[in-house]
Design a protein around this ligand. Structure first.
Ligand code: HEM
Length: 430
């Protein structure tokens, strides 16, 4: 039997999912939220970002002050907050190496594109881009993404009320990734839990390492099956067949990429879609403008990505001594570039006195949500397409959508490192 997208998933149904980690009733989603500093209360890091950007734009972090993803390995941790400095860290990959990820997230992903530098990165990026070609994107946009969104909305669209985070934004992006990879639908929930567990490395190390072993073993089996039974246009078959001047990817090279893709695709897009919906629902005049003129949707998406990016910072290791704003940072430091602060830098975004507000009519400047340079997010077109589809289908299918006034006080943005609303209770005219 094929999946809805014409990919034969039958051979993959023989894989026996390892459910050892599911047996203790542990709530991986709640644990991830708590572990990342989201305890259900409103968190607003922006006043501190503004203060730092103005007064201490190059901040030398004291050992006791390190954040969740700032390794306590004796290296100097330096945070930069100004747009120009954040952009430089993202763009100058000769000086700001990504190899530092090997000691962090690389422990669970393996040696992925995220931690590669120079020629190795260029070669892998070229091979992987083969699987993200415009032709495939157009096909995904036409069927796979709308089906994932609609399939999720079907469960509650006639109810008149819902929590759009738990019931829509958390669920649909992982269905998109699963369908892109050509995995059987019944593997999605299992896969989603493992994807979150592997990135829980900062607060649930042992669980993250165990999930990493289980997920790698799963992908090993999927790749072996796909080598014998190629799919048709699914990401895993495309990666197996990717060819750069006769160079192909081995299983050991494909697996870390697949490990990275699950959280990269699902965790970020889920948050970005929640933030987009929250920003519009909290600004009903702008929601109304979008409802009347759907051509405003791309502007709303860009502004929500600027206003509150899902991931607030990027980290690198500087390979030589550098200077930011006249301050010397010794080679080998751990440099944390605050994307969220850069996105509200009044030196770049206008009007300067309204950078904290969501305003889709703001003059367009490039935000740094997807970073920049060699490692600029590979999935940015996909992410924008997913957000656009989700918003269009929500507007089509949930007329008169509005925040539930009785739960308005408990509906807000939260999170220090990963940001989004943790709940979106809404009403509509069913
Ligand atoms: C709104 C959603 C998303 C955001 C905010 C986001 C953000 C980012 C950022 C900041 C980076 C750079 C990380 C670094 O260099 O340390 C990155 C890289 C990456 N992203 Fe995304 N991402 C999103 C969605 C996606 C999606 C949907 C996919 C694919 C399915 C994806 C795949 C990747 C990959 C493969 C990389 C590594 C690229 C490289 O190292 O060359 N992302 N993303």
């Amino acid at each position: 039997m094929t999946s809805a997208h014409g990919i034969d998933v039958e051979p993959l149904r023989d894989i026996v999912l390892d459910t050892t980690l599911d047996q203790d009733g542990f709530d991986v989603f709640e644990a991830f939220e708590i572990g990342s500093g989201n305890r259900g209360e409103r968190v607003d890091p922006y006043p501190e970002f503004h203060r730092r950007r103005r007064e201490q734009p190059v901040y030398f972090v004291a050992p006791g002050e390190r954040g969740l993803y700032e390794a306590d390995d004796g290296r100097q941790v330096v945070r930069v907050y100004r747009y120009e400095d954040v952009l430089r860290v993202a763009q100058d990959s000769d000086v700001f190496s990504s190899a530092n990820h090997a000691e962090g997230i690389g422990r669970v992903f393996g040696h992925s594109i995220l931690e590669m530098d120079g020629e190795e990165h260029t070669l892998h990026r070229r091979l992987i881009q083969h699987a993200f070609k415009r032709r495939d994107m157009a096909r995904w946009k036409a069927s796979l993404i709308p089906e994932a969104v609609d399939g999720t909305l079907d469960a509650f669209a006639d109810r008149g009320h819902a929590n759009l985070v738990a019931e829509l934004t958390l669920l649909y992006p992982v269905k998109v990734i699963e369908a892109m990879m050509g995995l059987p639908a019944e593997h999605v929930e299992w896969y989603h839990r493992r994807a979150i567990e592997v990135i829980s490395i900062g607060h649930e190390l042992e669980r993250a390492l165990r999930a990493s072993v289980v997920l790698k073993d799963y992908f090993e089996q999927v790749i072996e099956i796909r080598r014998r039974h190629p799919g048709d246009g699914d990401l895993i078959t495309l990666l197996i067949e990717a060819d750069a001047n006769g160079r192909r990817l081995s299983n050991e090279e494909i697996i870390p990429f697949l490990m990275l893709l699950a959280p990269a695709g699902a965790e970020t897009t889920y948050r970005a879609t929640g933030t987009l919906l929250y920003a519009l629902l909290a600004n009903p005049d702008q929601l109304e403008a979008v409802r009347r003129d759907r051509s405003l949707i791309p502007k709303a998406i860009e502004e929500s990505l600027r206003w509150d990016p899902p991931l607030t910072a990027l980290s690198r290791r500087n390979l030589e001594d550098v200077e930011f704003q006249g301050q010397k940072v010794p080679a080998g430091s751990s440099v944390s570039a605050c994307l969220a602060s850069a996105n509200r830098d009044p030196a770049v975004f206008e009007p300067a006195d309204t950078v904290d507000e969501f305003d889709l009519f703001r003059p367009r400047r490039s935000n740094l949500t997807f970073a920049g340079g060699a490692h600029v997010c590979l999935g940015q077109i996909l992410a924008r397409t997913e957000m656009e589809t989700a918003l269009n289908r929500v507007l089509d299918r949930l007329p008169g959508l509005r925040l539930d006034p009785e739960q308005r006080e408990q509906t807000f943005m939260t999170g220090q490192i990963w940001r989004s609303p943790s709940r979106l209770p809404v009403l509509w005219d069913a």
